[in-house]
Design a protein around this ligand. Structure first.
Ligand SMILES: *Cc1c(COP(=O)(O)O)cnc(C)c1O
Length: 221
């Protein structure tokens, strides 16, 4: 079941890449396993999946121990990062997609025991609840992260306002790409189960897909 769904998502990515005249190999599929059990991660791993996304530090602290044998799996943190969780997050994850301030970057750089890949989360809508930095702050935070010896600045990340319409986030995805280009940043973490085609057409290099792989979640996020 999980293996078939991963295959279907990979085909969606490949078709969208083809339309955009892009090489699908440039696009990393992150299987978002938040609130799903460790066995689901193992099943996806056995189907060849290597990149996983989690949103809650504490939840993943509990899920991670039985997965230690998945030596080449890569875990991406994609949730809201509270400053009191930077130390465990730096220990558990290979990449943090939600760095939204110099303060969080400084803590990660000070607390990590190994090089950490970093994405800066940008807020491109006026929604109150959305996290992420203002687009105007990207250049300052990017400069700071580039000076951090334990952090590697990979890309920008955004989470557009929820819409059923997969076309709705296109202008947001495009803005993220332009912002990355103007700051000399390569990677773009954008696109989820329902809008990954739009994201791939607009240049996504990491798509974060949960529901389409692991099924509906009970908790809303
Ligand atoms: C949950 C989540 C996803 C995956 O969403 P789906 O709609 O289940 O694919 C992607 N990105 C972030 C930041 C998330 O929190």
């Amino acid at each position: 079941m999980i293996a078939d769904r991963i295959q279907a998502v990979r085909e969606r990515i490949a078709r969208a890449a083809e339309r955009a005249k892009r090489d699908p190999a440039e696009i990393t599929l992150i299987a978002v396993s938040k609130v799903k059990p460790a066995e689901d991660i193992r099943a996806a791993y056995e189907a060849g999946q290597r990149d996983f996304g989690e949103s809650y530090v504490q939840e993943f602290q509990q899920k991670a121990p039985p997965l230690h044998d998945l030596a080449d799996a890569r875990f991406h943190f994609i949730g809201k990062l509270q400053s009191n969780k930077t130390r465990p997050a730096a220990g558990l994850f290979h990449a943090i997609h939600t760095v939204e301030s110099v303060k969080i970057a400084r803590r990660l750089n000070d607390q990590t025991q190994r090089p950490l890949d970093v994405f800066l989360e940008v807020k491109l809508s006026d929604e109150e609840a959305k996290s992420g930095m203002a687009p105007e702050s990207v250049s300052e935070v990017a400069d700071y992260v580039r000076e951090c010896e334990n952090l590697r600045l990979l890309g920008l990340m955004t989470m557009p306002p929820w819409s059923e319409d997969p076309e709705a986030p296109r202008p947001t995805f495009r803005r993220l790409r332009e912002l990355a280009e103007s700051n000399g940043i390569r990677e773009l973490s954008m696109g989820m189960s329902h809008d990954l085609e739009t994201a791939v057409e607009e240049g996504a290099t990491y798509v974060r897909v949960g529901t389409a792989i692991f099924g509906k979640r009970v908790r809303p996020q």
